[in-house]
Design a protein around this ligand. Structure first.
Ligand code: SF4
Length: 373
């Protein structure tokens, strides 16, 4: 296989990993270039988006994750790019301004450190031989040694390690090879301590991903871990990936206890993203979320609406007087709209929702929760 053919196979295989600064779902704006390689948008510090080349170094893998189409006994297309090939092809794209950065992951080639050596070696080449100073997101392979994690953090702009499940009990259902404590928790803690505020690598962002629905876990279990990832590990982002039955093609004990159809799996993923936004941008805490008897978030309404409906004694909220915190509790009002309301009401009193740009379905959704006097 020539380099571009390998890149086609490997960038296609990388699409299931969401733990990078890209969107998810239908509106994520990810796209393919003319040759079929996945290109992903990332938000720029100055605003707007630019595009990232996302690929695996290898689709060979020694591991056995049951949800994964690349696990060792699956019938997948296998190929491996060398560090030199990857650096050259990336620099070609970069010079032609097709991409501005790189997301690099890999199946496990032999063992975690051999794989990390290839990943780190590629970025070493980019940084030292080609003088590339831009964005590189590097995957930390579960079980990587401390030295390999340290080198990755020193070379990358962002690093991610997929935690996959909320704890060992669920993790053990998905792999007989990986160990939750030594392969996931240990390197995650090291990533956290190396990038903590005030340290040499505090500019390096850390992210992770959970597989949703593969191991019989419920949303409450996942949210507890998300809370710890933000507040104890101080990671910057958590991503969720709905389990796709059939992709890994291996039965998982207890899988699909909630009997969700594929559409519901995606709605469940979406509800978890909504909770994540509530934590990061709306000042919500875990204790304010509501779960049903099975420990899951209701699928029929978003978690902020559920919270509002359980707190009707706090509504309607006066849009001309309410604090920013209270404005953010109104179901269809987000941070941008709250800011706009505060700015507009300094100029004149508000009398209707159209003045703040809320119309149609969103205005109807807001009506029971707002007043103007
Ligand atoms: S380590 Fe697991 S999730 Fe990653 S490529 Fe290998 S089998 Fe797939």
């Amino acid at each position: 296989m020539d380099t571009l053919k390998k890149l086609e196979v490997l960038s296609e295989a990388s699409q299931y990993d969401l733990a990078c600064a890209c969107g998810t779902g239908k509106n994520d704006r990810r796209q393919r270039d003319g040759a079929g390689h996945w290109l992903y948008p990332v938000p720029l510090p100055q605003g707007g988006y630019s595009v990232l080349l996302k690929t695996l170094l290898s689709s060979a893998c020694a591991n056995d994750c049951k949800y994964c189409p690349l696990r060792s006994d699956a019938n997948a297309k296998r190929c491996t790019l060398s560090a030199d090939e990857t650096a050259k092809v990336f620099m070609d794209y970069y010079r032609r301004r097709i991409v501005f950065g790189l997301f690099l992951s890999s199946g496990v080639i032999g063992n975690p450190d051999r794989t990390m050596e290839r990943l780190n070696g590629t970025v070493r080449l980019l940084r030292r031989k080609y003088g590339f100073k831009g964005y590189v997101h590097l995957k930390i392979i579960p079980g990587a040694s401390d030295a390999a994690v340290e080198e990755a953090v020193s070379l990358a702009s962002a690093v991610s390690l997929n935690i996959e499940t909320p704890g060992e009990k669920y993790f053990n259902k998905l792999s007989d090879v990986k160990n939750f404590t030594s392969d996931i928790v240990r390197p995650a803690k090291l990533m956290s301590s190396l990038t903590t505020k005030g340290t040499q690598f505090s500019r390096v962002k850390c992210t992770t991903q959970f597989i949703v629905g593969a191991a019989d876990e419920n949303d409450s279990d996942i949210i507890s871990y998300v809370d710890a990832v933000y507040n104890r590990l101080n990671f910057q982002r958590v991503y969720f990936s709905a389990y796709q039955p059939g992709l890994g093609d291996r039965s998982i004990p207890g899988e699909q206890r909630f009997e969700l159809n594929p559409e519901d799996h995606l709605t469940r993923e979406h509800r978890l993203y909504q909770c994540d936004f509530l934590f990061r941008q709306y000042g919500f805490e875990k204790s304010e979320l509501f779960f049903d008897d099975s420990g899951n978030l209701p699928l029929d309404r978003d978690p902020k609406q559920v919270w509002a409906d359980k707190h009707m004694h706090l509504f309607p909220v006066n849009l001309n007087k309410a604090s920013k915190e209270m404005l953010l509790r109104i179901p269809p009002i987000g941070p941008t709209l709250a800011k706009k309301i505060i700015k507009l009401r300094k100029i004149h009193a508000l009398h209707e929702l159209s003045e703040i740009g809320l119309k149609g379905k969103n205005a109807k959704k807001a009506l029971p929760y707002v007043t103007f006097s």
